[in-house]
Ligand binder design. Structure first.
Ligand code: GDP
Ligand code: MN
Length: 388
């Protein structure tokens, strides 16, 4: 789950990361009131779950509350990279001397959390990684020991920071690490972490201040963070993503034309691979999970069919705990609710497969006994539909 900037920064602050004073608004009048309360120059920032808002015109400085109101009016009407802006953050503006980058991610190859720092903050960090990778310093963290002072100092020195900034950076890096671990995050990023020019706010001398914040939480850890789970912004989910989450389905929309319904994440990936191998492109990743009952299968099929680029549906069900007859019933139930002429290919093997096939025989559905055969048939069906 991705958090908005204002949410990420509030969480950072709970762990001691210095952030600007400010608040979130959903109307221009609210933005004005916040600016009046702050009584200083402010920055009005669109809250959408994409980066590069600054370049897209979604971040503007305002000298007066009236100006903040006018800018909020304009920004609240914007769409940034296809996402409508529903909220703005009004923060006390920082006067910026330098922009740094500080982030934490999980390096799955190393099986560790890695902290990254760069003196090239503010800009797209992927671009720094591509053009001047030596400007990004990485330190990987032993999960049993955590981030030690000497490692944070190593990071600060590698970033080429001036002496006075080393201690504040160490403190902020450790705060961010504690925040990351305690929240079961998969990403925590401050870009830019600014060196302020006028000594307002922040920590240290010259002070460091987290002007932007980004956090991604591990959905699998949310059950033990009720407060964080409540931060989910349902407006930011597509209807399909919402329905999938409510039914306990793992669904990721992709660009292809073959809808895939599979039980098990590994099998779902194998199904996507083999679809590609035979010249097709999956329209989604979808894992209906173990032991799926008919209603969950029906929800999954509704979600798949709501995507207009789906030209064929491929079912690949391995019946273990999941029973093939339950899946077949779910498919029929969904077809009752969402009549469609999208061709479908089913491969059901394992527990109650014959029963499952018998049920499906009543719907005119192509069946296959191997995954390769199923994938080829689905790819061919999608081509025929596209050509027609
Ligand atoms: P992003 O574009 O979505 O990453 O949004 P950021 O919050 O990182 O803002 C983008 C850029 O706007 C920053 O790198 C700064 O250069 C500038 N900016 C953001 N907040 C302030 C501020 O308070 N004062 C000043 N002067 N510039 C800011
Ligand atoms: Mn940023």
């Amino acid at each position: 789950m991705k958090l908005q900037e204002y949410q990420s920064k509030r969480i950072f602050a709970q762990y001691g990361v210095p952030i600007p004073s400010g608040d979130v608004a959903s109307t221009p009048a609210e933005a004005r009131a916040i600016a009046e309360r702050l009584g200083k120059r402010v920055v009005v920032k669109s809250q959408v779950l994409v980066g590069g808002r600054g370049k897209a015109g979604g971040i503007k400085l305002a000298d007066t509350p009236a100006e903040a109101e006018a800018l909020a009016q304009r920004i609240l009407g914007m769409e940034i990279k296809g996402l409508p802006v529903r909220k703005v953050l009004v923060d006390e503006a920082a006067s910026i001397r330098d922009e740094l980058y500080l982030g934490l991610v999980i390096d799955r190859a190393q099986r560790r959390v890695v902290t990254m720092g760069s003196s090239e903050g503010g800009v797209d960090i992927e671009e720094v990684a591509a053009t001047t990778p030596e400007r990004i310093i990485k330190v990987s963290i032993d999960p049993f020991i955590g981030l030690r002072d000497y490692q944070a100092r190593e990071l600060a020195l590698g970033m080429g920071l001036e002496r006075e900034l080393i201690r504040p950076l160490v403190r902020i890096a450790k705060s961010l690490y504690n925040c990351f671990i305690s929240s079961d995050a998969s990403l925590a990023e401050i870009n830019p972490l600014v060196v302020t020019a006028d000594g307002s706010g922040g920590y240290g001398d010259p002070p460091l201040l987290a002007v932007d914040g980004k956090m991604v939480l591990d959905d699998n850890g949310l059950f033990r963070h009720i407060d964080l789970a409540e931060m989910r912004d349902v407006d930011e989910e597509t209807p399909e993503e919402r329905e999938a989450r409510q039914h306990g389905l793992s669904y990721v929309k992709l660009d292809g034309s073959i809808g895939c319904m599979v039980n098990g994440a590994g099998l779902a990936m194998a199904t996507m691979d083999i679809t590609k191998l035979f010249g097709g492109a999956p329209a989604n990743f979808l894992d209906i999970g173990g032991g799926a009952k008919a209603d969950r299968v029906a929800a999954a099929l509704r979600i798949i069919l709501s995507d207009s680029s789906v030209k064929a549906v491929l079912f690949n069900i391995f019946g273990g705990i999941t029973r093939c007859d339950e899946v077949a019933k779910g498919i029929l139930a969904a077809l009752d609710q969402v009549p469609t002429d999208v061709p479908m290919v089913a491969r059901l093997v394992g527990t109650n497969e014959e029963e499952g096939r018998r049920i499906l025989a009543s719907a005119e559905m192509t069946t296959a006994s191997t995954l390769a055969e199923a994938a080829q048939k689905a790819v061919a069906a999608a081509r025929t539909v596209s050509a027609a």
